[in-house]
Design a binder for this molecule. Structure first.
Ligand SMILES: NC(=O)c1ccc[n+]([C@@H]2O[C@H](COP(=O)([O-])OP(=O)(O)OC[C@H]3O[C@@H](n4cnc5c(N)ncnc54)[C@H](O)[C@@H]3O)[C@@H](O)[C@H]2O)c1
Length: 311
């Protein structure tokens, strides 16, 4: 019987973290270091990846790096193999690398859909299909954290590619977690579902892999493209501070929380969204907008009245 209620212990364990060059990934690497983990750090951006590695080493930790484009299955396989060769085990897998952009379904070229689908969804499949058998064989308490988003729990307007890929990643994690429980594997899982945090996410276009790069792509000169870049900058740079993310998420892993939510005020939107489904009522654009205004501390009296009368 390999199933266990043991708490996940970080010290001396091995973490594999994708998207470790910036934002959440960098904070997870710092927290893993503070908690005495050894780690393999992966990112498509070598310069940023080396910066994170330097921080860990300067702070007395152990970090190896591998430049990896998580949208390419062979590269994810090489990342997992390199971790095993270096450390001989994987105790914590963090599927964090991801991208975000807006644009309506009739505006975004299929190339953009394919890129975001591979970055936010296929990447999780490529790693989990290799890492779960390794963890199962180890038999000791292991953990998989998939970074999805609040956008993986509810849907709003203007970012259909982001919402749909993040829903995919959340339900993939839920489905895999059922299997892991059913088979009695000693693996716990979580989804991290934050609202906006100030990271480098609004610059994700700089991480476009060559296979999704079209020479002189007319989309990259179009009005929807620039409009969405501007909006992304607005929402990400007014997001909550990044510093608390590492300790907050690792504490939640320690407690074994499946749904990790950094922004408790957004629960009102999740509740409303679930009620829509149960009551078979239509998604309410006005409610969502008012709830976001509350989350951003800029709700008007009209927003509050609307929320209270439509709960
Ligand atoms: N920042 C937010 O407000 C927010 C909110 C909810 C969810 N998220 C999710 O958090 C995750 C991390 O985002 P972040 O906000 O830290 O952004 P970020 O841009 O600061 O960091 C993302 C990292 O992923 C790397 N990356 C991008 N494409 C890659 C690829 N193909 N292969 C390997 N690495 C790649 C980037 O180089 C970068 O270092 C993403 O999945 C994002 O969707 C972010």
């Amino acid at each position: 019987m390999r199933k266990s209620k043991e708490k996940f212990v970080f010290k001396d364990k091995v973490a594999l973290i994708t998207g470790a060059g910036n934002g959440f990934g960098q904070e997870f690497a710092k927290e893993a270091c503070r908690r005495g983990m050894k780690m393999m750090l992966a990112d498509i951006d070598e310069h940023d990846l080396l910066r994170t590695q330097k921080w860990v080493i300067d702070n007395g930790g152990v970090a190896e790096v591998i430049v990896t484009d998580v949208t390419v299955e062979d590269q994810v396989e090489a990342m997992v193999n390199a971790t095993m060769e270096k450390f001989g085990r994987i105790d914590l897998l963090i599927n964090n690398a991801g991208i975000a952009f807006g644009g309506e379904v009739y505006e975004l070229p299929s190339n953009e859909w394919e890129w975001i689908f591979h970055a936010n969804c296929m990447s999780h499949i490529y790693s989990m299909k290799r890492v779960i058998p390794i963890m199962d064989k180890q038999g000791t308490p292991c953990y998989i954290l998939n970074v999805t988003s609040l956008a993986g729990l509810l849907t709003m307007d203007e970012m259909p590619a982001y919402y749909s890929t993040k829903h995919f990643a959340t339900s993939l994690t839920e489905a895999v977690y059922y299997d892991v429980q059913k088979k009695g594997m000693n693996i716990k899982m979580s989804v991290f579902c934050p609202s906006y945090v100030y990271t480098d996410l609004h610059h994700c276009m700089r991480h476009r892999p060559p296979q999704y790069t079209i020479p002189d792509d007319p989309f990259l000169k179009s009005e929807p493209y620039f409009r969405e870049i501007k909006k992304a900058e607005e929402v990400i740079t007014t997001g909550t501070p990044l510093d608390p993310v590492g300790p907050f998420v690792f504490d939640a892993i320690e407690k074994g929380h499946f749904y990790i939510q950094l922004h408790p005020k957004t629960k009102i939107i999740i509740k409303h969204f679930s009620k829509d489904v149960i009551k078979e009522r239509n998604p309410d654009y006005k409610f969502m907008k008012a709830a976001v205004a509350v989350d951003k501390n800029r709700a008007t009296l009209k927003d509050l009245v609307y929320l209270l009368t439509h709960l």
